[in-house]
Design a protein. Structure first.
Ligand code: NAD
Length: 334
């Protein structure tokens, strides 16, 4: 085994033999499955398709090292004995999804995480929990370091997601201390890129889909609230670096610069080339006012930092949305 703190980039060959990726058919999960296969790791993708349709992994299904298991991880499951990495990414992630699936979100963050930890305990695998910047809630410390405990409203509408992830962090930590499971926690900040759903409800896919169809971009409030947005390739590289590191975290994974939501909409308008303007709409309850990661911990532990500038990531995202745009039926077609 390499030293626990050696950077992922220093490792020859795949860091792991066989990975179980829960939520592997989703936006982040599908990119993780793909990159693990590229690195030479076998992949079992387990997903109940509650917020995806399986299309994100269609291109992987012919690879004999890839298998798909249709299963809700909040129900018990078994895994192959040779699984040595569990990436627990199953969870509704967009506010539109977790507000539609509040109990399922709490179940997958609690019981689902417990099942993922039990799988890792049984096979001796390393388990990485996809946590979130939402554990910081509407933060009163800015930017947010991992040492900040957060400011979450447990009975507000977003509480189902934030508290599910906070419980997930607590049980992951308990399995490490009580059962010696090799665990890690990544607190992922807003990530964007190809394979997000147009109807996902998160800001960037919404703005891109609206701008491409010539509709005004719906900006919540006055758009002065800030977000940090990280391109998916960078986020995936950060998660895999933590997975390979042997370190427990928690580690923030995000872009260390914030932008106002209005500035993000304006940048989308420029990237699309035909700016349709914005329409201001009501701000969701408990919507965070600021959001920006302090990434010093992950930078010094595994040498990770984002490499894709916002303008480049946005251009790649717009290209993908354009290439996969639903075709309108031809005039006169049945
Ligand atoms: P996504 O909705 O695209 O993917 C989630 C996947 O999990 C979907 O394929 C869904 O069908 C699956 N899933 C949900 N509940 C399940 C269950 N009970 N059993 C099996 N599969 C289930 O979301 P995403 O953006 O790819 O997010 C993936 C993970 O990363 C989530 O845990 C999310 O909380 C976390 N995260 C994402 C972001 C981001 O910006 N994308 C930020 C912070 C944290």
């Amino acid at each position: 085994m390499p030293a626990a703190d050696s950077p992922a980039s220093a490792r020859p060959g795949p860091a792991h033999r066989h990975a179980l990726v829960t939520g592997g058919a989703g936006f982040l999960g599908s990119h993780l499955c793909e990159q693990l296969l590229v690195a030479g790791t076998r992949v079992t993708c387990m997903d109940d398709l509650c917020t995806s349709d399986g299309g994100n992994v269609d291109h992987l299904r012919d690879d004999p090292r890839f298998s798909f298991v249709h299963h809700d991880v909040s129900e018990p499951f078994t895994t192959a004995d040779d699984v040595d990495l569990v990436l627990h990414f199953a969870s509704p992630a967009s506010p539109a999804d977790y507000l539609r699936l509040p109990v399922e979100t709490l179940r997958v963050g609690s019981v689902g995480t417990w099942h993922a930890l039990e799988a890792a305990r049984r096979t001796g695998a390393r388990m990485v929990l996809a946590s979130t910047s939402e554990t910081y809630g509407d933060p009163q410390v800015h930017p947010q370091p991992e040492s900040y405990w957060g400011h979450v409203n447990p009975v507000g509408p977003r509480g189902v997601y934030d508290e599910a992830k906070r419980f997930g962090e607590a049980i992951t930590t308990a399995y490490r201390t009580a059962h010696g499971v090799d665990t890690a926690i990544v607190r992922i900040f807003n990530t964007y890129g190809p394979r997000m759903r147009r109807e996902d409800g998160r800001a960037i896919p919404t703005f891109v889909a609206q701008a491409l169809s010539g509709q005004p971009m719906t900006v919540a409030g006055d758009g002065s609230q800030t977000r940090s947005v990280c391109y998916v390739d960078d986020t995936v590289r950060g998660v895999l670096a933590v997975a390979a590191s042997g370190l427990p975290g928690p580690f923030n994974v995000g872009y260390p610069e914030e932008r106002s939501v209005l500035a993000i909409a304006q940048a989308v308008g420029e990237a699309v080339g035909t700016d349709p303007g914005v329409e201001f709409v009501g701000r969701p309850v408990d919507d965070p006012t600021v959001r920006c990661p302090d990434i010093s911990a992950i930078r010094s532990a595994v040498g990770w930092e984002p490499q894709v500038p916002f303008a480049d990531g946005l251009a790649r995202t717009v290209d993908w949305f354009r290439a996969t745009a639903p075709r309108l039926p031809e005039r006169g077609a049945a």
